[in-house]
Design a protein around this ligand. Structure first.
Ligand SMILES: [Cu+2]
Length: 104
């Protein structure tokens, strides 16, 4: 009985932690790394500019409006995805940069 309670408590504690766990995408060489990810609704994706020039991110496809300012080298931007769906992130400065995010 005690084992079951401990297991239930562990699950209860683990679930919100997982949902709020940050996901990191690196912008390097005019590409997103990785360029295809699957996350849970409510998770936040952090975008780290590891190039030596400006990037920018915007939601090209998906039910979120997001269009960032210019993102200098070394800077991190983030977007939270509260709803399920498939999203495509792009960069205005480098039109070939594409990232697909599946939110489950
Ligand atoms: Cu860019």
């Amino acid at each position: 009985m005690k084992t079951v309670l401990v297991a239930a408590l562990a699950l209860l504690l683990a679930t919100p932690a997982l949902a709020s766990q940050p996901v990191i995408v690196v912008q390097k060489g005019r590409m997103f790394h990785p360029d295809n990810i699957t996350i849970r609704a409510g998770q936040t994706v952090y975008f780290e500019n590891k190039d030596e020039f400006l990037h920018q991110i915007y939601v090209y496809k998906g039910n979120i409006d997001y269009d960032s300012r210019e993102q200098p080298p070394g800077e991190t931007l983030h977007i939270t995805f509260p709803r399920r769906g498939t999203y495509e992130i792009r960069c205005h400065i480098h039109p070939t940069m594409r990232l697909t995010i599946h939110v489950r």
